[in-house]
Design a protein around this ligand. Structure first.
Ligand code: SF4
Length: 75
């Protein structure tokens, strides 16, 4: 939709919004995510990740909640 995120990794929701492929799966898993949760994991498009990912702060309350939900220790 004109942003830096590769189109092939996204799917449109409407004329203005899109989401990363795989985030609507059960369990959700972004198509750009590589590795094994809780071991070594990384974003395959870090420089080109979408704005919500850029705004999500490591160590924030939401981050800690997500880690807890996936049984990942907080540092
Ligand atoms: S940071 Fe990367 S892997 Fe994580 S949700 Fe965003 S695009 Fe996907």
């Amino acid at each position: 939709m004109g942003g830096p995120t590769p189109d092939g990794l996204t799917e449109g929701l409407n004329d203005h919004l899109c989401r990363m492929r795989g985030t609507d799966h059960s369990p959700p898993r972004c198509a750009a995510l590589y590795g094994k949760l809780g071991e070594h994991i990384q974003c395959g498009i870090y420089e080109f990740r979408p704005s919500p990912c850029k705004e999500f702060e490591a160590g924030s309350a939401a981050c800690l909640q997500a880690r807890q939900r996936h049984h990942i220790a907080s540092h």
